[in-house]
Structures are given as C-alpha cells and as structure tokens.
Design a protein around this ligand. Structure first.
Ligand code: TMP
Length: 209
C-alpha cells in the first residue's frame, strides 16, 4: 500500500497547465513532502525520450512507436521517481500522466482498437501507482491553439496537429476523465487567475489541508 497522494494535472495544448504547475510549485516551495514531475520526462532517460517524441524531425514515427515510447518514459518515471516517493509517504504532482495517452494516442490518433492493449500494458507500467486525482484543464481547441501560436516558442509535433486531432483529444479527456479515484474537469477558457483559484482549492481539498 502506497502512503503518499498522487495528483495529476492534464489538459490539451494551450490549457495553461504548465503555468498552473509553476504556480503550485511556488505555492508549495520549500515543502519537501511534495515532489513535482512531468511527462514525458522527469528522469534523465525520460527527457531523452521526450525530445524524440516532441521533435518535428520525428515525423516518420509510427503511432505504435509513439505509444510505446510514451509508455517507456512512464515506466522509467514510475520506477525511478513516483513509486519511491509515494512509498516514502510523499505527495507527487505530475504534469500529465496516463490520461494523456488515452486522449492523444487513442483519441487524437484515432486508434480506439489499441485501448485494451494500453490498459493492459499501462497496469504493468504503472506498478500500482494509480493517480488519486486527475485535474483536467478543459480548453476549447480553438482557444488553446491561439494561445500556443501567441507563445511563439516553436511548435512540437503535437502542437502542429490539425484542429480535428485536438478536438478528438478533448473528447478523449472528457470521456475518460474518471479513470482516477477522483477527478475534476476545470474550464480553462477563462483567465489564468480564475483557473488558478480552482486548482488551488482542488489540491488543498485532495491533500486535506
Ligand atoms: P507538454 O509537456 O508541453 O504538454 O508536451 C507533451 C506533449 O506530449 C503534449 O503535446 C501531449 C503529448 N503526450 C502524448 O501525446 N501522450 C502522452 O502519454 C503524454 C504524457 C503526452
């Protein structure tokens, strides 16, 4: 039985998820009982896999390869970071986790036939580290993509996908948000301040603080 709490922030491109995670990091700065991480990445190996996955140069990557690389990065993160932290009673807050794979690879890539395989391999990869809570920042794709374009810091392979792809990702999020023990869908079309207030309230509720 793992003692710590595992909270995941999720959302489509331009949902403001990274900003919200940064705000939580500031809010809990100096609190050693909270470990922040991200997916894909969060380990040396995972960050290398992340570069490969996000690079526009990886345009030949097949969907099978993409799916397995996300799972490989997750396996490394779970074993190296998440499982030890939860076992030690720490709280883990991750920027993305398994719900992203359902939203992007199953829905975005339109590979519904891979869902049973993902569920089976996912259990092996997660090794009992099932999130206690998923907070999904729900953004209308048109709004999110406009924010991404304004950031002007280069597009990843996923940012550059079609509007149809991002609409399917959103559908996946909304249909599967309940895979964790607790979930909340928070509208991210509103201001960062409003989203931040909701996220803070939810995290405090989940942590019982
Ligand atoms: P981000 O950290 O900037 O959100 O970039 C990660 C990208 O990877 C994002 O476009 C979503 C995508 N992704 C998947 O397609 N599947 C996954 O399982 C995960 C974790 C991320």
């Amino acid at each position: 039985m793992l003692r710590g709490k595992f909270i995941v922030l999720e959302g489509g491109e331009g949902s403001g998820k990274d900003t919200q995670v940064d705000r939580l990091k500031e809010r809990y700065a100096g609190d050693d009982s909270i470990v922040f991480t991200r997916e894909p990445g969060g380990t040396g190996m995972g960050e290398k896999i992340r570069s490969l996955l996000l690079s526009p140069d990886s345009k030949d990557m097949t969907v099978r390869t993409e799916l397995l690389l996300f799972l490989a990065a997750r396996a490394q993160l779970v074993e190296q970071v998440i499982h030890p932290a939860l076992e030690a009673g720490k709280t883990v807050i991750s920027n993305r986790f398994a719900l992203s794979t359902i939203a992007y690879q199953i829905y975005g890539r339109d590979r519904h036939e891979y869902l049973p395989l993902l569920q089976e391999v996912g259990e092996f990869v997660m090794n009992n580290c099932t999130p206690d809570a998923y907070l999904v920042l729900d953004v209308t794709p048109e709004v999110g993509l406009e924010r991404v374009a304004k950031r002007n810091d280069g597009l990843t392979r996923f940012d550059a996908e079609t509007l149809g792809f991002h609409r399917r990702v959103r559908e996946g999020y909304l249909k599967h948000a309940a895979i964790g023990r607790y979930h909340k869908v928070i509208s991210a079309d509103v201001s960062l301040g409003e989203v931040s207030k909701r996220v803070d309230e939810e995290v405090a509720y989940i942590l019982g603080t």
